[in-house]
Design a protein around this ligand. Structure first.
Ligand code: ZN
Ligand code: ZN
Ligand code: ZN
Length: 557
């Protein structure tokens, strides 16, 4: 009989093991060490772990087992007291280009939840100077709007208006006539209140004398009130009327010591200036780059694009330009003749000697050659647009692959490599805070500091607390295995075997499983002394909660 609370191996003969008898104490940290070739891995992985896997498979139903390969029983006499085993090996981080440190550790799932529950959407409208609007996008119902207005001090005067024209060019006579037909008496045009009847008495298409090519704002003034307690009903009626005419929007112009300030309100989640920037309620899937609800539509959530690189398309610019386009000269005889004919047309059109080196083409001609445009008497499609449509239209993987040889992977211009659609990237935990992609760009150490300081107001903190607890715990596990330097958005397929192993270890610590046997190979490889101590603490934690940890180490220290 095996001693209690041990894993008892008798007569292990796998690979180079020579009839080894061994008792491994359970719920302890056990290190197997020795020179290479002494059978450390044969014992830990090919015997202990392999048998654990086999037993696990045997515990499955016959139905489930038919889909799995039969596992061979390791060469040994007997093994007793073996709990379920989990191997944490040094394998690289897989090949899925979408997988990141944050997604494999579930941190991303909690961040998505956090941003959906506690995030504030901000307007993602970009103006002609490339500036992002950034105004918070909030929604309120008629009762909340009425309450907000009623809360102004007694006697405050205000105009209640329905926005009708927002930043639109034109004279807008038809709109004004329609408003008059609906009984509107006063309008505010670009900030000045007019009597609508007076304005329309002027004939012609342009009763307000609006500059035709400038943007205009027009609101219908539906009520002038001064706040009195006990007159909430009238206020509520006017708010409703404004929201009806203003398509869910209302502007209250409020007086304070002689100055009037606009307070915009909206029923829908939309920017007050850019109503096209509107959102449904925030949902976690909006922050998933693997979902069409979240992914940047241009790069489909990869964050990178393959684009033709001129230096690859023209590898030798000292060659005559007619011969310089490499992908047009390596197509097989038929296509080569076709492209040569096209090139002759271009040479005739630009009138330059076909032997002129590509590098000596005038910049304008070179630009048209590559990107298309009018030249001489022809309209030239451009080398790169032609290559693009060839790549998009071909059914042949071989052609696609060959053409991809002339491309380089660059960050997606639409999302700047942040992988999500603009609406999702506009959601922040407070106005000046980073968005979810900017949080993911932090290292684990930076993220710990960020979340420690994060405050979201009383209500926000209450909502976020249970989610933040999970995020912080996982960040802590990652730190405890010495991975604090990794950024959350680091692609899994760029991790070293040791890093991937420690992430799996951190995930196991987070799972809180008890009564398992973990088998690890050289988990300390590449770690600094300080991180070594931490890793040891982590392994001790696993044994403290009732697991057995078997570590294979080549070094004896
Ligand atoms: Zn008009
Ligand atoms: Zn906006
Ligand atoms: Zn993109």
């Amino acid at each position: 009989m095996a001693p209690a609370n041990t894993i008892s191996i008798r007569g292990a003969r796998e690979h180079n093991l020579k009839n080894v008898d061994l008792d491994i104490p359970r719920e302890q940290l056990v290190v197997i060490t020795g020179p290479s070739g002494s059978g450390k891995s044969s014992l830990a992985f090919d015997t202990v772990y392999a048998e654990g896997q086999r037993k696990y498979m045997e515990s499955l139903s016959a139905y489930a087992r038919q889909f799995l390969d039969q596992l061979r029983k390791p060469d040994m006499e007997s093994i007793e007291g073996l709990p379920p085993t989990i191997a944490i090996q040094q394998r690289s981080g897989g090949h899925n280009p979408r997988s990141t440190v944050a997604t494999t550790t579930e941190i991303w799932d909690y961040l998505r939840l956090l941003f959906a529950r506690a995030g504030t959407p901000t307007c993602w409208h970009v103006d002609e100077n490339g500036e992002v609007c950034g105004r918070p996008i909030t929604g309120a119902n008629a009762t909340q709007i009425t309450d907000a207005l009623h809360d102004f001090p007694e006697g405050t005067r205000m105009l209640l208006m329905a926005p009708v024209i927002r930043a639109k060019k034109g004279h807008h006579r038809e709109v004004l006539e329609e408003l008059q037909g609906q009984g509107v008496v006063r309008i505010r045009v670009n900030g000045t209140v007019h009597d609508l009847r007076d304005a329309l008495r002027e004939g012609g298409a342009n009763p307000l004398g609006l500059a035709r090519y400038e943007m205009h704002n027009i609101e219908a003034v539906l009520d002038r009130v001064s706040i009195k307690s006990g007159q909430r009903d009238r206020l509520a009626d006017s708010v409703e009327a404004c929201l009806r005419l203003g398509d869910g929007s209302l502007i209250a112009s409020v007086e304070n010591e002689g100055t009037w300030t606009d307070h915009p309100f909206s029923e829908s989640f939309a920017c007050e200036l850019h109503p096209e920037c509107s959102l449904p309620e925030l949902e976690p899937r909006m922050f998933s780059f693997n979902s069409p609800f979240g992914a940047c539509p241009v790069c489909e959530g990869l964050g990178r694009m393959l684009e033709y690189d001129e230096e690859l398309v023209v590898p030798d610019p000292s060659v005559g330009y007619a011969e310089a386009i490499e992908p047009w000269r390596k197509n097989g005889p038929r296509m080569n003749r076709w492209y040569a004919r096209m090139m002759r047309k271009f040479c005739d059109a630009c009138g330059l000697d076909r032997h002129l080196p590509y590098s000596e083409l005038p910049a304008k001609v070179r630009d048209v050659l590559m990107h298309g445009g009018d030249i001489g008497n022809i309209s030239w499609p451009g080398v790169i647009p032609s290559l693009k449509s060839r790549h998009d239209e071909t059914e042949s993987d071989a052609v696609k692959e060959r053409l991809q040889g002339y491309m380089r992977s660059t960050p997606c211009k639409a999302c700047g490599g942040q992988r999500l659609k603009p609406a999702s990237l506009g959601v922040r935990l407070g106005a000046e805070s980073p968005n979810i992609a900017e949080v993911a760009a932090m290292s684990i150490v930076e993220a710990v500091a960020y979340f420690d300081k994060l405050t979201l107001g009383e209500e926000g903190d209450r909502i976020a607390a249970p989610i933040l607890k999970e995020v912080k715990a996982r960040l802590g596990f990652m730190q405890s295995v010495g991975l604090g330097y990794l950024t959350l958005d680091r692609a899994s397929n760029t991790l070293s075997g040791g890093e991937a192993q420690r992430i799996r270890l951190a995930t196991q610590v987070g799972s809180g499983l008890v009564g398992c046997c973990y088998v690890l190979d050289e988990p300390t490889i590449g770690l600094h002394q300080r991180d070594n101590e931490r890793l040891l603490q982590t392994l001790r934690h696993l044994t403290d909660i009732g697991n057995t940890v078997v570590v294979v180490e080549h070094d004896e220290d």
